[in-house]
Design a protein around this ligand. Structure first.
Ligand code: SF4
Length: 369
């Protein structure tokens, strides 16, 4: 770290501490995205500000994919002539029928890909098989899946399908605030999602709920700057949506990516693991593309009630900012990264896995609690 850089960091630390003193009470900030949760741990930011509770939000795709959707993907993978492809993080997520990892061990053709375009390439190579991409993720990932659909169409592939469990960030935040129990003072909003959707879709946070919000990146200085900007709003009693990541995030987002999403997908009321149904919070394929919709092609109709959440798992409360991972009675005992009970312990970006990895294994050691 050079002298200028160190000076900037000291300015931010001093500024945050001064504003915390001015506020005169502990502050609850929610970092919506799992990448931020991990970055805040990695950069040691929690330890710098014991008066700030950094709470994990619902922005970890692995954590919020409903059990019923994991089960559907397992059932599809067991169909004849099917190759099911997905991101590596999804393989170990437990459903009530096991996991995709176990389905593979039992003989299903399940493969890990780094990109949905790899699944299209597989469908091109293996015209004798039905290739299904289990499409998870938020606004960051969805344009890539839309590009895969575009590529499958232009290659005239009739053996490529997606099972879409895509989720949208703004409706989840609205549901969280409407619930009203978390008592949040501000949001640290994800830079990568916002690079696609822009800052405008978050306007309701300030306008309707009077909650300050700052979009920022994932480097230490970006998170610190975002936190400083949030504290300035909190200390002055104002509420705006601001961007501390202007090199990447524009007010209206990436129009090309948004129109590609709009060509293929439409919102629907999606099921979030541990949370329930959130209006308009998912994206499914538009009717005109139903030929590529795995849910229709394989007649999947598992309802959430068919797959109750794990007994004793507090993921839902953690994703809503109501609990910390260390407050789950299974944390670090019955539930560890090697033997996860809930999805928040599976993904490297899951809140429970992050707390475990960074060594907060005893109850009562959580910052701000
Ligand atoms: S520690 Fe395990 S069981 Fe508890 S909330 Fe986290 S994932 Fe669920």
């Amino acid at each position: 770290m050079n002298r200028d850089h160190r000076g900037e960091m000291e300015r931010r630390v001093d500024g945050i501490n001064r504003l915390l003193r001015k506020t005169g009470r502990p502050v609850k900030l929610m970092e919506v995205c799992g990448t931020h949760t991990v970055a805040i741990f990695r950069h040691g930011i929690r330890g710098l500000f014991p008066e700030i509770s950094f709470l994990s939000g619902p922005g970890c795709p692995v954590c919020v994919t409903a059990k019923s959707d994991i089960d559907s993907s397992i059932l599809i993978s067991r169909e004849p002539d099917v190759t099911l492809m997905t991101f590596g993080d999804m393989m170990r997520v437990p459903g009530s029928l096991g996991s995709l990892d176990r389905a593979r061990a039992e003989g299903a053709d399940v493969k890990v890909v780094y990109s949905p375009l790899d699944a299209v390439a597989e469908a091109g190579r293996r015209r004798d098989r039905r290739v299904v991409f289990f499409a998870t993720g938020f606004e960051t990932t969805i344009p890539l899946v839309a590009a895969a659909l575009e590529m499958a169409r232009s290659s005239c592939l009739d053996n490529f399908f997606i099972y879409s469990v895509h989720k949208l960030v703004p409706p989840a935040l609205r549901a969280l605030l409407a619930d009203g129990r978390a008592g949040l003072d501000g949001f640290i909003l994800p830079g990568h999602v916002s690079a696609i959707i822009g800052a405008r879709p978050y306007g309701f946070l300030a306008e309707e709920f009077h909650i300050p919000a700052v979009v920022t990146g994932f480097e230490a200085e970006e998170i610190m700057e975002g936190t400083l900007m949030l504290l300035e709003q909190i200390a002055s009693g104002s509420a705006r949506v601001e961007v501390a990541y202007k090199k990447v995030v524009k007010d209206f987002g990436n129009q090309k990516a948004l129109s590609l999403i709009d060509r293929y997908f439409e919102p629907f009321d999606a099921q979030w693991r541990g949370i329930g149904t959130i209006p308009g919070s998912g994206l499914k394929l538009k009717g005109e593309w139903s030929g590529m919709d795995a849910e229709r092609a394989f007649n999947m109709s598992l309802q959430p009630d068919d797959c109750p959440d794990d007994k004793g798992c507090s993921c839902g409360d953690i994703l809503r900012g109501l609990k910390l991972p260390v407050e789950c009675r299974l944390f670090g005992s019955a539930c560890t990264p090697d033997h996860p009970v809930g999805a928040c312990m599976v993904s490297t970006e899951g809140s429970c896995a992050a707390y475990y990895k960074y060594g907060i294994q005893a109850k009562g050691r959580a910052d701000g609690k």
